[in-house]
Design a protein around this ligand. Structure first.
Ligand code: PRP
Ligand code: URA
Length: 242
C-alpha cells in the first residue's frame, strides 16, 4: 500500500448525533482546488459498498455503478459555466435563472469508460460522444493508445472525459494529451471518475492544474499490480464480461 488507511467516519442521516451513526470508510481528502470529491453521503457509500463487494452479481454491479455514474454526471454538470437567463412563467411573472453556456461532448476511454456514456446521455439529450481506445499493458501497466474518433469540432467544446478507474493515472493522462493535441484547451476538460488512487490524482492535478476532476472516492492506494485498493477489481471485466 502506498499510504495509510482512509478515514472512518460516521455515515448516517444528518439529524442523528455522530456517536449514533454507523461508521464507514470514506474518501481521503485532497487539497487540490481542481479535484472535487462527491459528498460522502449514506447513499453514495451504500452504492460503493455494493459495487466493491466481490459477491455482487454482474446485473447488480451494472445497476449500482450506473447510479453512481448518474450522481457523477449530475455533479459534473455543475462545473460547466452558466449565464443569467430571465424567463416569464405561465402566470405572467418573471423569474431570473441561468442556462448552460457553450457546447459539450463526452469522450469515453474504452472499454470501461463506455459504461459512463448512458449516464451522460440520460442528462444531456443527443450529446455527441467521442471514443479513445487506451489499454493498460498487463505486464508493464503502461497505457497504449490504439484508436481515437472524436467530434470534428471538439476544440470548440467542453469535454467530459469518462473513465471509472483512475489508478496510476497513465490512461487518463494519455487521453488528456490526445485531447490537447486536438486543440481542446485544458480548462475545458472535466474528468469524471468513480474511484481514484491518491498518488494518481495528485500527479494528475499538478500536471493539469486547469482541468477539473470530479470523482466519487479517493481510495487507499495501489497494490503491486497497480490495482486500486481496496478498489473493486477490474471494472471493465465486472461490467461487461464477468
Ligand atoms: C482500466 C481503467 C482505466 C485504466 C486505469 O482500463 O478503465 O482506463 O485501467 O489505470 P491507470 O490509471 O493505471 O492507467 P484497462 O486498460 O484495464 O482496459 P478496460 O477498460 O478494457 O478494462
Ligand atoms: N483498472 C481497473 O479496472 N481497476 C483497477 O484497480 C486498476 C485499473
Amino acid at each position: 500500500p502506498e499510504s495509510g488507511p482512509s478515514p472512518a467516519q460516521g455515515v448516517g442521516p444528518l439529524y442523528r448525533p455522530d456517536g449514533e451513526k454507523p461508521t464507514a470508510t470514506v474518501s481521503k481528502e485532497v487539497s487540490y482546488e481542481n479535484v472535487h470529491v462527491l459528498p460522502q453521503t449514506p447513499q453514495l457509500i451504500a452504492l460503493l459498498t455494493m459495487i466493491r463487494d466481490k459477491r455482487t452479481s454482474r446485473a447488480d454491479f451494472i445497476f449500482y455503478s450506473n447510479r453512481i455514474i448518474r450522481l457523477l454526471v449530475e455533479e459534473g454538470l455543475n462545473h460547466l459555466p452558466v449565464v443569467e437567463q430571465s424567463i416569464t412563467t405561465p402566470v405572467g411573472r418573471s423569474y431570473l435563472g441561468v442556462k448552460f453556456e457553450g457546447k459539450i461532448c463526452g469522450v469515453s476511454i474504452m472499454r470501461a469508460g463506455e459504461a459512463m456514456e448512458q449516464g451522460l446521455r440520460d442528462c444531456c439529450r443527443s450529446v455527441r460522444i467521442g471514443k479513445i481506445l487506451i489499454q493498460r499493458d498487463e505486464e508493464t501497466c503502461m497505457p497504449k493508445l490504439f484508436y481515437d474518433k472524436l467530434p470534428t469540432d471538439i476544440a470548440d467544446r467542453w469535454v467530459l472525459l469518462l473513465d471509472p478507474m483512475f489508478a496510476t493515472g497513465g490512461s487518463a493522462t494519455l487521453a488528456v494529451e490526445t485531447l490537447i493535441e486536438r486543440g481542446v484547451p485544458e480548462h475545458r476538460i472535466l474528468f469524471l471518475n468513480l474511484i481514484a488512487s491518491p498518488s494518481g490524482v495528485a500527479e494528475f492535478a499538478e500536471r493539469f492544474p486547469k482541468l477539473r476532476v470530479v470523482t466519487s472516492f479517493i481510495d487507499q492506494g495501489l497494490d503491486e499490480k497497480k490495482y486500486i485498493i481496496p478498489g473493486l477489481g477490474d471494472f471493465g471485466d465486472r461490467y461487461y464480461s464477468m
